[in-house]
Design a protein around this ligand. Structure first.
Ligand SMILES: O=c1nc[nH]c2c1ncn2[C@H]1C[C@H](O)[C@@H](COP(=O)(O)OP(=O)(O)OP(=O)(O)O)O1
Ligand SMILES: [Mg+2]
Length: 204
């Protein structure tokens, strides 16, 4: 079975990818399995720049084709916040509770269309042997709730209401989320091009 290295430390994101890659019969490893690999500083100004930066840096360190996801929540009525700063919105990287609390605070008093939001995922793969890369994007639209609903998922999932299923992402099972999420869309677009991209590459 093929194994792919995901350049991420985010347990929720890795769980999404483990489930998503099952349908491609690909096994997933992550930075959790490689504690010696560095943490990549996200210095880019777009999701795509950061996804490529993470994929390229880890691929060169590990000497293997590597995939990275840079993702976040975009709220147009907040001029795009939290955007590429989603993971460190409230100041401490990965503090989901604080990030969600800050989002609710910033949206206090907003109603109706002002509560529209979307998740974005940009996925990049990089081949250290050739310097070739592949990038794809996915999006999913919803509304930001007034309070958390559901215990599932990670990050902003409990605040993200998905009208088509009349539930928040926090109330969905992993498989339900993985049928509609920004991440599955980006991965689908990417994997459609992957077989051609992989041709002629040697990978153990
Ligand atoms: O499906 C999602 N459901 C809920 N929240 C989500 C989702 N997808 C991204 N998000 C939020 C979480 C985090 O606050 C930020 C991602 O930031 P991002 O830099 O891509 O990931 P990260 O720093 O947590 O891990 P890493 O860079 O090691 O992959 O957006
Ligand atoms: Mg990150």
């Amino acid at each position: 079975m093929t194994t792919i290295l995901i350049a991420s430390h985010n347990a929720g994101k890795i769980a999404d990818f483990k489930a998503l890659f099952q349908s491609y019969d690909i096994k997933v490893e992550s930075l959790m399995d490689y504690p010696e690999l560095p943490d990549v500083e996200e210095t880019g100004t777009t999701f795509a720049e950061n996804a490529l930066l993470k994929a390229r840096t880890i691929a060169k360190e590990a000497g293997r084709i590597t995939l990275a996801d840079d993702s976040g929540l975009v709220v147009p009525s907040l001029n795009g916040e939290p955007g590429i700063y989603s993971a460190r919105y409230a100041g401490v990287h990965g503090d989901d509770a604080a990030n969600n609390a800050k989002l609710l605070e910033r949206m206090a008093g907003m109603t109706g269309a002002d509560r529209r939001a979307f998740f974005v995922s940009v996925i990049a793969v990089y081949d250290p042997a050739t310097g070739d890369d592949l990038v794809a994007e996915g999006k999913v639209r919803g509304l930001i709730l007034d309070e958390a609903q559901g215990e599932g998922g990670f990050g902003y999932d409990p605040l993200f209401y998905y009208p088509e299923l009349k539930q928040s992402f926090g109330e969905l099972t992993l498989d339900e989320k993985n049928k509609v999420s920004h991440r599955q869309e980006a991965l689908k677009v990417l994997m459609n091009q992957f077989p051609d991209w992989m041709k002629g590459r040697k990978q153990s």
